[in-house]
Design a protein around this ligand. Structure first.
Ligand SMILES: [Ca+2]
Length: 224
């Protein structure tokens, strides 16, 4: 039986080495990847296991011999975790121009995890580095919420903007924004209070953003 032990050890060593090399290879090919290591690509925060959307996109671009750069404008422009920030915005390289060996792009403190919906770059940093190219109203978060939620939107140019909350009967509950805003990325909080300063009851509410000709509404749920 003992004669099998060296073979078993050899298999374990080779397998472990392969895993470590593949991990280091992928992390080194992601801008600022060192901050989150394997958690950038895997659903398990410690690495390994199933891949998140970002990890799947990364994996497609990694060749078996490791000789190809996968980070690209295409991958940078995708929003793998659906939080309203592109992978490039989250990793500090919005255009996908960074290449391995170059200094880390962006601000290290702003780097977030493109595979985690709850990990987002600070809005102020994103607004400074990336100017939106279109009008967007993102899903509020959290949702359902209690007691407050954030509503995220982008405008590509200076515009008269209104952001208002309505109840399910279409009655105005609260005006969050009403005025001219410069182009940028915005996160506005609604604290669950109406214009009279009273806390509103649980239920479905509608937030409506108008900016120039852009007019979009979405629903959210206050659950106390
Ligand atoms: Ca994202």
């Amino acid at each position: 039986m003992n004669r099998f032990i060296p073979h078993i050890i050899a298999v374990i060593v080779v397998a472990t080495t392969t895993i470590i090399i593949s991990r280091e290879f992928r992390v080194s090919k992601i801008p600022n990847g060192g901050k989150f290591q394997c958690a950038n690509c895997h659903t398990n925060p410690g690495g390994g296991g199933a891949r998140n959307n970002f990890g799947q996109a990364v994996d497609i671009r990694v060749t078996p011999n490791g000789g190809e750069d996968f980070w690209s404008a295409t991958l940078a422009s995708q929003d793998s975790d659906g939080d309203g920030f592109t992978n490039g915005q989250e990793l500090g390289d919005p255009t996908g121009s960074w290449r391995p060996g170059q200094p880390d792009p962006g601000s290290f403190s702003s780097v977030s995890n493109p595979g985690d919906f709850n990990s987002r770059p600070p809005a102020t940093d994103v607004a400074e580095t990336v100017m939106p190219t279109s009008y967007r109203l993102m899903n509020n978060y959290p949702n359902p919420f209690n007691p407050s939620t954030k509503i995220v939107f982008e405008i590509p140019q200076s515009e008269n903007v209104s952001l208002r909350i309505y109840n399910i009967n279409g009655e105005l509950v609260r005006t969050i924004v009403n005025g001219n805003l410069p182009a940028g990325h915005y996160e506005k909080e609604w604290d669950g209070y109406n214009e009279s300063g009273n806390s509103v009851t649980s239920g479905v509410y509608i937030y409506r953003l108008t900016a120039g000709k852009f007019d979009r509404s979405s629903r959210m749920i206050l659950m106390k």
